[in-house]
Design a binder for this molecule. Structure first.
Ligand code: GLN
Length: 284
């Protein structure tokens, strides 16, 4: 059988297949995977729609399509995802950085500009938040902590790849690897916050992400409670604690911060207008 293997035809067929497989962005997924196989930028697909794939390119593309049709996230297939314009390596041991988390970075940057001091990112994963902050504030020391050793190695690799020298990463549970008396101006965290019974956990990309990065006990609030209770010991006077959380958790997270003595507690929205980040200030 002779199939038309032009770029245009391949993309059209692949988008149809991915759309039937349930992808939310079939045309984009197909284009990204094809660019990866051809090792070309997206503009190439539009410039050369009639160009034909070689047999080797075609079978390499089919192999990636098989993985995507099975639901594997594009970011894991590519091994990379951009966050805050930083191309980060990603692996199945970490959460895939989300655009909404850039909101947490923006809010942390605003606070960091008002108070000098070090920055701590708890549950750093790929290092996305820590590296975004470190890249914007090259004279501030940033520490990222993750419980998973694979995540720590990945974040260190990302720092090296991006030539970011003011971020370091260590392994441990939340504040465990931080020495007593070490204080920070800003503590940020995108901890696990999804309830284990949330139906979203069996849909789309999250099925392939580590449950340790997604699920928390007590309706998703257990880790936010643990971090908030310990944070005052590690915050400078006037320092800020900022959390990303679920869109229905704003009131609960404000309550946790207030109960633990934080002031100026507010919830901010993500780019879709959903409650996404809650922050508070520490006065000893
Ligand atoms: N925002 C992510 C999601 O809803 C979850 C991230 C997290 O648990 N920290 O898929």
């Amino acid at each position: 059988m002779s199939l038309d293997m032009s770029i245009e035809a391949v993309l059209k067929r692949a988008s149809l297949v991915l759309s039937e497989a349930g992808s939310d962005s079939p045309a984009l997924d197909a284009a990204v995977l094809l660019c990866h196989v051809l090792d070309k930028p997206r503009s190439y697909l539009l410039t050369w729609p009639e160009k034909c794939l070689t047999e080797t390119e075609s079978s390499a593309f089919d192999a990636l399509m098989t993985r995507r049709v099975a639901g594997e996230p594009v970011a894991y297939i590519m091994g990379e995802r951009e966050f805050w314009s930083l191309p980060l390596n990603v692996a199945p041991s970490t959460l895939i950085p989300r655009p909404d988390t850039e909101r947490l970075v923006e809010l942390a940057l605003e606070r960091a500009q008002r108070l000098d001091g070090e920055i701590l990112d708890l549950g750093t994963g790929t290092g996305a938040i820590a590296l975004a902050l470190a890249s914007e504030l090259p004279h501030r020391a940033v520490t990222g902590v993750d419980y998973q050793q694979e995540a720590v190695a990945l974040a260190q690799g990302n720092a090296a790849k991006l030539h970011i020298n003011n971020a370091k990463f260590c392994q441990g549970s939340w504040f465990e690897p931080i020495e007593g008396g070490h204080t920070f101006a800003i503590i940020v965290s995108n901890p696990p916050y999804i309830d284990e019974n949330d139906p979203h956990l069996v849909q789309g990309d999250v099925r392939f992400e580590p449950s340790t990065a997604l699920i928390a006990q007590e309706n998703g609030l257990a880790d936010i409670k643990t971090i908030t209770a310990q944070a005052p010991e590690y915050l400078l006077e006037g320092g800020w604690l900022l959390f990303e959380h679920g869109f229905e958790q704003g009131a609960a997270v404000r309550g946790i911060l207030l109960e633990n003595g934080f002031s100026d507690v507010v919830t901010e929205q993500d780019y879709a207008g959903n409650d996404r980040v809650t922050l508070g200030k520490w006065h000893s």
